[in-house]
Design a protein around this ligand. Structure first.
Ligand SMILES: *Cc1c(COP(=O)(O)O)cnc(C)c1O
Length: 390
């Protein structure tokens, strides 16, 4: 295994787990749907470079939020002599990114009427490839269906500058419910809008359609269209427990999604404290018995939620140890009295598996009243990522 840093915490990325999850989605979508992966937010906290190094040759297209990430991926491809993948920028862009986007063959999403003004005074030999984002009921970015006729008339003014390559939408609550009525309404609106636009603009007859993220890809086959945009479940996490329950209803066998990330650290110092000692800021924990503590070089700066003070567990030698006292900026303290009899340095798993015992992103999410998405994406980009190929 790669040597691990001693002064900080680190993230381990399991290559085989990521490949396993890709394979699961290849099987779910079949041959007629392209596999798009979402690598936004530092590949959901997993580390863009490491994730790219595992999956670049195994996917059909890559979705990011920012133009910077798209350009970073183009740079990565050049440096490593890889043939370029299709890249789509799902998020907001500035006018000063436009030429870079075109020169690098990066596809853009029309997210609102502001997008059109980017093209004022822009002259190009080549057309920009764009996807129309239709707001079918999420109430976030995208063209409003009720105003689509007007929006299209505005868009016609830049038809000499853009090629409409795709049309997309995004679900509002496929992962929050087991009843997909609202998702099906969104799908209906989408299909009607596509047909309407194709009638008016025959050039859109073969337009590429994409709608489904992880949950919908698993639960709503009719939403898979030409390509899917898999985010959270690529990294081995279920979009929600409702998604898991719903999948179980559709199919007896649950796919074996494997979490890709573990978060580990080594103790900075270990010592034994007398009864009556307090731990950390605010003296929120008092040792009732002689207590052996380990101070860990990780804190809320690194993305470990502050709300986990006196709440969470971590793993040492496969045993659960409580986090005691408050989470500090760069430190947390754990109680290892039941695990060791000496002050030797220990290795700690904050997230992941150790000797068969697990701390999952879902457990951390529940302790901190959030969702697994936030737990992983908040883990600091400054922490080293270590690729494990075993
Ligand atoms: C983030 C995102 C996705 C991926 O969603 P998951 O639930 O993580 O699979 C897909 N499409 C859009 C537009 C997104 O913003």
């Amino acid at each position: 295994m790669t040597t691990t840093p001693k002064h900080t915490s680190w993230i381990e990325i399991k290559s085989c787990a990521l490949k396993n999850n890709l394979e699961i989605f290849r099987n779910i979508i079949g041959k007629n749907t392209s596999l798009g992966v979402v690598l936004k937010s530092n590949a959901y906290g997993h580390g863009l470079v490491d994730v790219l190094s595992i999956l670049h040759d195994k996917v059909d297209l890559i979705h990011v939020i920012s133009p910077e990430d798209a350009l970073f991926i183009r740079g990565y491809e050049k440096k490593n002599n890889l043939s370029p993948k299709r890249i789509l920028v799902l998020g907001s862009i500035d006018k000063n990114h436009l030429y870079d986007m075109m020169e690098n063959n990066i596809e853009l999403v029309l997210y609102g009427s502001e997008f059109l003004s980017l093209f004022e005074n822009i002259n190009t030999k080549q057309k920009f490839q764009i996807h129309l984002h239709i707001d079918t009921g999420l109430g976030r970015e995208g063209l409003k269906v009720s105003q689509i006729d007007n929006e299209m008339i505005c868009l016609e003014k830049i038809f000499d500058k853009v090629e409409i390559k795709g049309i997309m939408s995004h679900f509002a609550n496929t992962e929050d419910v087991t009843d997909q009525t609202y998702a099906k309404e969104q799908l209906g609106v989408f299909n009607e809008t596509v047909i309407k636009l194709q009638k008016k603009y025959p050039g859109l007859a073969n337009i590429e359609k994409h709608f489904a993220a992880s949950a919908a890809t698993m639960l709503l086959p009719e939403s898979r269209f030409d390509s899917v945009r898999i985010g959270i479940s690529l990294y081995g996490l279920w979009a929600s427990s409702e998604t898991k329950v719903s999948y179980n209803v559709l199919s007896k066998e649950l796919p074996d999604l494997q979490p890709v990330m573990s978060w580990k650290t080594k103790s900075q110092t270990v010592k034994k404290l007398e009864p009556g000692s307090f731990i950390g800021y605010g003296r929120s924990y008092k040792c009732e018995c002689p207590t052996r503590i380990a101070v860990l070089p990780v804190g809320y700066f690194d993305g470990y939620p502050r709300i986990l003070g006196n709440k969470a567990h971590v793993l040492v030698e496969g045993q659960r140890c409580p986090v005691i006292g408050r989470i500090m900026m760069n430190h947390i303290v754990i109680d290892i009295t039941n695990v060791t009899n000496d002050n030797r340095q220990i290795t700690v798993t904050l997230l992941g598996e150790d000797h068969g015992e697990k701390i999952t992103a879902e457990m951390i999410a529940e302790w901190s009243s959030t969702i697994n998405y936030e737990v992983v994406t908040r883990i600091g980009a400054h922490l080293p990522r270590i690729l494990r190929t075993d």
